[in-house]
Design a protein around this ligand. Structure first.
Ligand SMILES: NC(=O)c1ccc[n+]([C@@H]2O[C@H](COP(=O)([O-])OP(=O)(O)OC[C@H]3O[C@@H](n4cnc5c(N)ncnc54)[C@H](O)[C@@H]3O)[C@@H](O)[C@H]2O)c1
Length: 368
């Protein structure tokens, strides 16, 4: 792919995946800027996939920028919400593509948060065995995490993200201006995934988040730009080493084993994904301490930051048996043994099994 042209003030983070390498562009007003879309493959048709909320805010801006490139440019509006990250929504996209006679060169643009990105990426992987797609993330969570790295999926009632594919986008275009319209609860949920990068990979970044939490919550553009950039740099490095999660990529799931149990146990959409991850990190840090890996003071430092960000510290009382049952479905489980991402010291993670008795102690300590 040709190198993308960006303005001097824009940030470009490359993901090195051989002939599937691509760039994450991070900057202001990117949606409307032709330079953000230059160099994408030529095609007669393109489809912007969004949801009812995001399309109303940003689809016309993106449409205006893409119209000169694609003669047949359409918009699909999906229903909004995690509860719609399912077969019905996937089918809605595929049916639209078939009805519109979209060919194999059709480019899909996923305009929205992680739900739109995950389901559109999966539709791109499935339609005619794969059509190109571009991630245009509009939530903090999607800009720092879900749009990057090629994991695409829908949920199944029995488990989150259980049906999906690894399928890389051509490019990620993260327009920081879109974060200004994000509901406060969504901003805070996204911060959970930003915080995650500190304990798993970069203690210095953890300190930076502690120092700039006020600015991040106030949506200071420079603070948001650095948070998105550093998060993407860390994720790009990890995905570049282990695209298919044979090893180190699993560290990105810190807090997610407990978190997915919360989301599935309550029904998808009850807690926001980031909220569940925030609480899951508190539990996983405590488990790391109880395993004798992480000093208690470091687990407490992380918990203080999660609390200061406005995230919940106590999980729902599903009962320890139910938590364990749900966590045995986790994709990291092997032969029914749950494997947890644990922190060995702030900035360094590992994947370990843990005795059920210890896990029960953690659940008892951190559920309401
Ligand atoms: N693929 C991955 O690697 C990966 C990683 C992390 C999370 N995820 C997935 O991401 C999903 C969560 O993503 P999310 O937190 O972005 O949730 P989301 O996609 O549901 O978006 C959150 C809400 O914000 C609205 N919204 C989006 N952008 C907006 C904007 N700029 N202004 C106003 N409102 C806006 C959406 O319509 C929605 O109501 C989960 O399904 C999770 O499993 C995937």
């Amino acid at each position: 792919m040709a190198d993308t042209v960006v303005d001097r003030n824009d940030i470009r983070v490359p993901i090195e995946l051989g002939d599937r390498r691509y760039d994450i562009l991070i900057g202001s007003n990117l949606l409307a800027r032709p330079s953000a879309w230059a160099g994408l493959p030529k095609a007669s048709s393109a489809v912007i996939v969004s949801n009812t909320t995001v399309a109303a805010l940003y689809a016309s801006r993106l449409k205006a920028a893409l119209a000169p490139l694609y003669p047949n440019l359409q918009v699909i509006e999906l229903p909004d919400g995690e509860a719609h990250k399912d077969w019905a929504t996937l089918n809605q996209i595929l049916t639209h593509l078939l009805e519109a006679a979209c060919d194999r060169k059709t480019v899909l643009f996923a305009l929205g948060g992680g739900v739109v990105g995950d389901v559109t990426g999966f539709a791109a992987a499935c339609y005619m065995r794969g059509v190109p797609f571009v991630q245009v993330p509009t939530t903090l969570l999607a800009q720092v995490d879900s749009s990057v790295g090629g994991k695409t999926a829908i949920n199944h009632p029995l488990g989150k993200n259980m049906i999906g594919a690894f399928y890389q986008p051509l490019r990620v275009v993260a327009d920081l201006d879109t974060l200004q319209s994000l509901p406060p609860r969504e901003l805070v949920a996204g911060l959970a995934e930003v915080i995650k990068y500190g304990p798993i990979a970069d203690e210095t970044f953890l300190g930076w988040i502690e120092d700039h939490l006020g600015a991040l919550l106030a949506r200071d553009p420079a603070a948001l730009a650095y948070a998105v950039q550093r998060s993407c740099e860390i994720k790009a490095r990890i995905v570049g080493q282990d695209e298919r999660e044979a090893g180190v990529r699993a560290h990105l799931n810190f807090g997610h084993t407990f978190g997915h149990a919360i989301e599935t146990g309550l029904g998808h959409g009850e807690w926001l994904h980031g909220e569940a991850v925030g609480c899951g990190m508190v539990m996983a840090a405590d488990l790391s301490a109880r395993l004798g890996l992480l000093p208690v003071a470091q687990a407490e430092r992380l918990t203080r930051l999660i609390h200061a960000a406005g995230l919940r510290l106590k999980g729902p009382s599903l009962g320890a048996d139910r938590y364990l049952e749900l966590m045995r479905h986790d994709k990291k489980s092997e032969g029914g043994e749950i494997r947890f991402v644990v922190i060995e010291s702030l900035g360094r993670a590992a994947v370990r099994p843990a005795p059920d008795a210890l896990v029960r102690q953690v659940i008892a300590a951190h559920t309401a």
